[in-house]
Design a protein around this ligand. Structure first.
Ligand code: BT5
Length: 260
């Protein structure tokens, strides 16, 4: 894959160095270690399968061999650590654009999911190392279900078979994994540059155009509490804003959103 991917890449920063593995624990762990050892911005780690693919809060990302995309990218932006969450937004926009170019209609679910027809096709895990209050580096990890059939989903991931989907399931055909990976890397670089040139608010507004739950009544589990109300905005750090029934506004930094 690596040679054909390099041929397709039209980027200036991302993917200049690509590490491809047959099998890893987690591409995020490999990329994090590479970043710690000084690997440059734009370094990409891709694996054919993950034995310990992770979601947030140490949840499992089911990562069968040879059919999906598991990719992590190192960023070294000159930004405050408090802006780190914006990289999940940048990646969601890039992912959504890549998927929609295939003729599908994906929607972003705050903070890190991409859904099609209400089912999860991709998830993002952003991890960061800081130096004082600035970002030292960020690793943005993306898992995207590509050529996984419904039967395979039921076999490999029975627990989530009803909440997950894949591009193949929706298009009813296999897709070219290398081409989609190249497009995703291109879009990641494009939106990273948009962020560098135009700043937080531009990214926030672009994200909101692709947000599926705008104005919907939601229930959010976060920390040890729960909040219910209308999801009506995100702030300039990417935190979710919910208007509760008593009119007060709750700011949610991280959590799981369910529609009610
Ligand atoms: C995420 O976490 O959605 C982030 C997933 C990031 C995965 C990538 S793969 C490359 C890189 N290397 C890693 O180790 N991770 C990143 P979260 O929002 O916590 O969602 C996790 C939940 O998604 C699980 O608890 C399941 O319910 C569901 N899930 C697991 N595997 C799935 C899959 N393949 N497709 C759809 N849903 C899945």
């Amino acid at each position: 894959m690596i040679n054909s991917l390099k041929k397709l890449l039209k980027t200036e920063i991302l993917g200049k160095s690509i590490h491809f593995y047959d099998e890893v624990g987690s591409t995020n762990d490999i990329a994090f270690e590479l970043a710690r050892q000084g690997s440059p911005e734009g370094t990409v780690v891709i694996a054919d399968c993950q034995t310990e693919g992770r979601g947030r809060l140490q949840r499992k990302w089911i990562s069968p061999r040879g059919i999906n995309l598991y990719i992590s990218v190192i960023f070294r932006p000159f930004v405050k650590s408090s802006d780190g969450q914006l990289f999940t937004l940048i990646a969601s926009i890039a992912l959504s654009e890549t998927i929609n170019a295939l003729g599908l209609e994906s929607k972003i679910k705050w903070p890190n999911d991409l859904l099609i027809k209400g089912k999860k096709v991709a998830g993002i895990l952003t991890e960061m190392q800081s130096m004082e209050d600035m970002v030292d580096f960020l690793v943005v990890g993306i898992g995207l279900n590509l050529n996984m059939s419904r039967e395979m989903m039921q076999m490999e991931m029975a627990v989530i078979a009803e909440t997950a989907t894949s591009v193949k399931e929706l298009l009813c055909r296999d897709v070219d994994t290398t081409e989609i990976t190249a497009n995703l890397i291109f879009n990641l670089e494009k939106w990273y540059q948009e962020f560098n040139n135009k700043g937080n608010n531009y990214i926030i507004n672009e994200w909101k155009k692709r947000w599926g739950d705008f104005g919907r009544r939601v229930h959010v589990d976060f920390d040890d509490s729960v909040v219910e109300g209308v999801a009506f905005d995100i702030n300039d750090k990417g935190f979710l804003l919910i208007k509760k029934d008593d009119g007060t506004i709750k700011r949610v930094i991280s959590g799981d959103v369910k529609l009610i």
